[in-house]
Design a protein around this ligand. Sequence first.
Ligand code: ADP
Length: 587
Amino acid sequence: MKNKKLYGLIMCILLSGTALGVEFKEGKYVGEAKGYRGEVKVEVTTSKNRIEDVKVVKNTDTPILSDAAARKVSEQVVTYQSLRVDGAAGATGTSRAVAMAVRNALKSSGADLKELNKKPKIEAKQLVKKELNEDVVVVGAGGAGLVAAIEAKNNGAKDVIVLEKMAFAGGNTLISGGEYAAPNNWIQEKKGIKDSKETFYKDILKGGDNEGDPKLIKVLADNALDGAVWLKDYINMTFEDRQLFFGGHSVERSLVPKDATGVEMISKLLKKADELGIKVYYETPAKELIVKDGRVVGVKAVGPENEYTINASKGVILATGGFGSNLEMRVKYNKDVDEKVLSTNTVGITGDGILMAEKIGAKLEDMQFIQTYPTCDPISGALLYFGDVRLAGGSILVNQEGKRFVEELERRDVISMAIKKQTGSVAYQFCDEAQAKASGVVDHHGPEMNYLFNNKLLVKANTIKEAADFFGIDAKELEKTVEKYNQYAKDGKDLEFNKRGKLTPFEAKGPFYIMKAVPAVHHTMGGLKIDENARVINTQGEVIKGLYGAGEVTGDIHGTNRLGSDAIADITVFGRIAGKTVMSDNK
Ligand code: ADP
């Protein structure tokens, strides 16, 4: 017992991290560094022998995700008394920036930075086994998972737990534009745009080359508006007073959340989940489903301190997203999306739910259909919000030769394929200042624009020639292309590509913008086969009792190709259904 106490004391000292030999001038130090999208600023407090505290006082990277990075790096620096810490997976850019800002802050503290830069020795933790008893276990705290958890709770579940693999919630939903396709929505009404559930249904079916399951598509089309109203009125999401026109839709119907990112949806869902007493366990990936007498009765999961067996008396809802970040799985099903193709997905999107369910006999559908998003960051593969200018109808896509080559509001797969065939497999998005402003990107995505300028992926110039020369685009040809497009806009008809929607001519005077972009893996249309009530189906076509699925983890809804802004409608509609069914099946 005595020895144990002594050991505990030594471990405590080690873990509370006294950086042996490193001395500081006692005080508070401020440091800055460049984050992914802007400045990160920290305030570091030191005593004579230790870094006592790290506060991140400014952080302009994506909220929630970069908050996790800030929290993890601060904790790790203090715990290990080292600047060589990992931070949060999936938020490495911000993690590095926070660590760098701490380093910069400590430059004037008199500390030996070399010593602080040594990699800390981190002992592997002994995980403690723990059993939890819940009504409903939701796997994945992305959009679908949080929606499902909230509905399960509102339909009578007492204990709901959401397991999240990463240190932050949100998954791909968080880093998306968050737009939501809803027929007959309030903006359409205001603008006098005629739409219907039937038209939406047809668009989804046709947009996926008739490969989606008509029954599931009907559920999505019929309930999309209701889901949007639920998000607005019950979840208290703020939507902007405008819409976007996503490729492949026959009318403009895509609602835009505040600031045009998924942050609004995830932060409001988290707030509601918290109010309802739903537990979210972070850094706790589910590893396998527990099956008893043919029924899913729980999951095994691993957290930072514990190895969990979590019993679910009502059922388990899988909402782990797709597999866009799992290269092996991508190539297994579709050789075209190999390591040469970047991905917009966060690192946690590795098909875990699909694999866990497949192991217990779930049926997989459409796994070979993997969508690339046409205009992504050529360096990281990230989605670029500057692309919204295209979705607002205000830009053209040209190639190195200065020529248009595709209808700008075509389906994502069609545009991606067209880009692949151009010189260097890149596209250039051209627009003027008025269109950039009208699309909202100038107001909302300044930090991203700075990132693009700094990395020479976006140029703003006073003349078309100057902008074209920046990227070595044939300037004369681009001038001609713009002239032609302006004529089409005047005549109200695009004679070359029949671009849908209202055509607005570019202004004669600059500034003009050109952004360089490439296609990257975005959405995996394949996944678990579910019925109209979100119950997972096995390879024999029967329901797997106790198992539900919602969101990108499921397949057979969007067919070969998901239309833009249909995913947020999908996760909301089927997330809600999964949350309700898990309770109604067990009355
Ligand atoms: P959807 O759009 O279908 O809601 P998202 O990509 O938004 O999908 O969210 C999926 C979430 O599931 C992400 O937050 C991801 O980190 C999480 N996740 C993936 N695999 C696991 C796992 N094994 N255990 C827990 N969470 C997981």
